[in-house]
Design a protein around this ligand. Structure first.
Ligand code: HEM
Length: 658
């Protein structure tokens, strides 16, 4: 058996052994069976966590293989090399195992939830109703479908672009299960679900990337030092991501710090913390020693340490799955439906003071804002440190955009937006019409293209080349087409509020994240086309940009009026469950929401008009100066100016009757 196969087997054994020990320590291995209560039996008791571990492991391996192929191994002008092609093919099998494990989790999940044995639930109606009507069932079904899709598409992927697309798809496929796991029973379920999702994303890149790198080394494949150097840069951020998200996941589940040493759940988490610190030390040692040796052509130390590191990571994954199966410490939750839905009680009557004081931490968008602010700052710092200039106006605009994003998703506005439709509309309008204006005026793509170094190897794709490739891709050409960008911006608003979509989005944390991201992205797309300073495939003349703006704004007004005219309450099921006892009635807040949608558009329209005027003036001025410089250089006048002067001279002569 090859060394690579032996390492893979050892990693699987370490994960399963840690899962078994974790389940015994967590008290889920041999639970007390209460006579008369349904019990699914030992097969399900072990089958479910094992299938979940297999699902997590297969997801991590699929991500690792695609990451290696798309970004860690150099490619030639976007065409994958032999090793990379092998990894994409292997990803096809890993994705199939992923889908299979998710299907197994559905079968065991049904059996556990209705307390029946596996043979008793292998009935199409039972499985279909679980897979289509329970949140967990729908999530796992998505993993099955997406897993099969990745397996199929990987068969034909031969370019770095295709491998990168599959990598993004695989990262998205990691989310449904943790976003609907038992973390939704924690008091602050938004924090609980967001933290575990970010946790799984970061650890998939970290563990998956290291696993395939160790495999690559053991199979003595080429370009190991390049891939290892690239992975090492990424691994530090993954380490930080796994640690922070793990701690937030813990905070969302523990009632007090003492739960760490007084509960099984807490003790398992401590075991993970210890493993995490050890892994941090191993990473430090790689940077200090083994990567240096590897660079110098001595891979032995790196291979040995990476192998040990992978075993520790696999064992920690086993403990992680055992932890996700262990009941977190009991919380005394207020018997209040609103608290169950929101993770916080209905806030007191709304005041401006409450909007500015009742902040509610949203981990997902806090991370989005931190990444936007951090990357932009790093880019500006790099330009300035090498003596290049960058406009302070753009920097200020970017950080105003990020600050408004933080305010819209973290302040009392975000809290009240969940209980009042009109405040939700203010949040929607801010996220889709104000934040994007400031972000696109910040010129992030131009900054990235100026700050990032070209790839060290000719024809290879580093971050800079990836940005250029995406900018020139057919996808970008289509979505930035003015008609498409306008249609997405306008039609999606109607589609969201005049269909059951809005209520589902309000009911599910995943739905709420998607809705907020959609507001942001559709807004950025629309305003990029109109006032974006970054290069765009479809650059419109200024008159057309004005037209695009004036054509779009009435649709917002119509939307507002339609809301004001409606007799029924949108998402009534959601708002009625909250049982808000103060303020206006549901229909009145909806009408106010309509008025806001109608009136709010004026502010961004004014800002955009000013931006277009300024850009138009600057452009004209730039062209005039360019024409002057050309005239000076060639001595040839400006043909346009010359013909105009000729025309004036002819008029003059005509006046004089010559
Ligand atoms: C600072 C260190 C860490 C802390 C505090 C931590 C904490 C947590 C918490 C609270 C959960 C959620 C469990 C639940 O659903 O109730 C979790 C899940 C998990 N953790 Fe960690 N973790 C840490 C590091 C790691 C590391 C280093 C790995 C692997 C290399 C890991 C792998 C996992 C896995 C696989 C899950 C299950 C995810 C799922 O639901 O599918 N964790 N972790």
């Amino acid at each position: 058996m090859s060394r690579a196969a032996r390492l893979a087997l050892a990693a699987a054994a370490a994960a399963i052994a840690a899962l078994v020990v974790g389940m015994i320590a967590g008290g889920t291995a041999f639970p007390r069976i209460i006579p008369g209560l349904p019990d699914a039996g030992v097969v399900v008791r072990w089958g479910l966590p094992l299938s979940k571990l297999l699902m997590d492991a297969a997801g991590v391996v699929t991500v690792g293989l695609l990451l290696m192929a798309a970004t860690l191994l150099p490619n030639d002008k976007g065409v994958l090399g032999k090793s990379a092609l092998d990894y994409v093919k292997a990803a096809s099998w890993a994705a199939l195992a992923w889908a299979g494990a998710a299907f197994l989790s559905i079968v065991f999940g049904v059996a556990e939830s209705i307390g029946r044995t596996v043979p008793q639930v292998l009935d199409r109606t039972i499985l279909t109703s679980y897979a289509t009507q329970t949140t967990q069932g729908v999530a796992l079904t998505l993993v099955v479908l997406f897993g099969v899709a990745i397996a199929l598409f990987s068969r034909g992927a031969i370019t770095a672009g295709a491998a990168a697309g599959l990598l993004v798809f695989a990262m998205v496929t990691l989310l449904p299960a943790p976003l609907t796991g038992h973390s939704s029973s924690s008091p602050n379920h938004d924090l609980a679900t967001s933290s575990v999702s970010l946790h799984v994303l970061a650890l998939a890149l970290w563990v998956g990337g290291l696993g395939v790198l160790a495999l690559h080394a053991l199979r003595k494949q080429p370009q190991l030092e390049v891939a290892a150097a690239r992975f090492s840069r990424m691994a530090l951020w993954c380490f930080v991501g796994v640690g922070l998200s793990g701690v937030f996941a813990l905070v969302a589940r523990l009632g007090s710090i003492s739960d760490l040493w007084t509960t099984e759940y807490g003790l398992l988490a401590v075991a993970k913390l210890v493993a995490f610190v050890l892994l941090g030390y191993v990473g430090y040692w790689h940077r200090q020693r083994t990567l240096v040796d590897l660079e110098a052509g001595r891979p032995k130390a790196f291979v040995r340490l990476a192998g040990g590191e992978l075993l520790l990571m696999s064992a920690t994954m086993g403990v992680g799955v055992a932890l996700s199966r262990t009941e977190p410490p009991e919380f005394v939750l207020p018997a209040d439906r609103a608290f169950e839905l929101l993770g916080f009680p209905v806030p007191p009557p709304i005041t401006l003071g409450n909007i500015f004081s009742m902040w509610w931490f949203d981990l997902f968008f806090a991370v989005v804002a931190a990444v936007l602010a951090g990357l932009y700052g790093l880019g500006v710092r790099r330009l300035l440190s090498r003596g290049d200039r960058w406009s302070w106006g753009r920097t200020a605009s970017w950080y105003i955009g990020v600050a408004l994003l933080v305010f819209a998703t973290q302040s009392g506005l975000a809290r009240y937006a969940q209980v009042m439709f009109d405040i939700h509309m203010i949040e929607h309008m801010t996220l889709s019409m104000v934040v994007p204006i400031f972000l696109v005026l910040g010129g992030p793509v131009t900054l990235a293209l100026r700050a990032l170094k070209p790839a060290a190897r000719r024809g290879d794709r580093g971050p800079r080349e990836w940005i250029t490739t995406i900018l020139h891709s057919r996808f970008t050409k289509v979505v930035t087409h003015p008609v498409v960008a306008t249609a997405i911006f306008v039609a999606s608003t109607y589609a969201l509020y005049f269909t059951p979509l809005f209520e589902s989005a309000m009911n599910e944390h995943l739905g709420h994240i998607w809705m907020t991201l959609h507001f942001l992205i559709s807004g950025c797309l629309f305003f990029w086309v109109i006032i974006g300073v970054d290069p765009a495939p479809n650059r419109l003349p200024y008159v057309w940009r004005l037209l695009m703006l004036f054509v779009t704004m009435p649709f917002h007004a119509f939307f507002g009026i339609a809301l004001m005219m409606m007799s029924g309450v949108i998402a009534s099921g959601w708002y009625e469950q909250l049982g808000r006892t103060w303020g206006d009635t549901l229909i009145q807040t909806q009408r106010d929401g309509g008025a806001i949608a109608w009136g709010f558009g004026e502010i961004p329209t004014l800002i955009v008009l000013l931006a277009i005027a300024a850009q138009w003036y600057k452009d004209d001025d730039r062209q005039a100066r360019r024409a002057d410089r050309k005239a000076e250089r060639t001595g040839a006048g400006d043909p346009e100016l010359d013909s105009y002067n000729d025309y004036l001279a002819r008029l003059n002569r005509a006046d004089k009757g010559e």
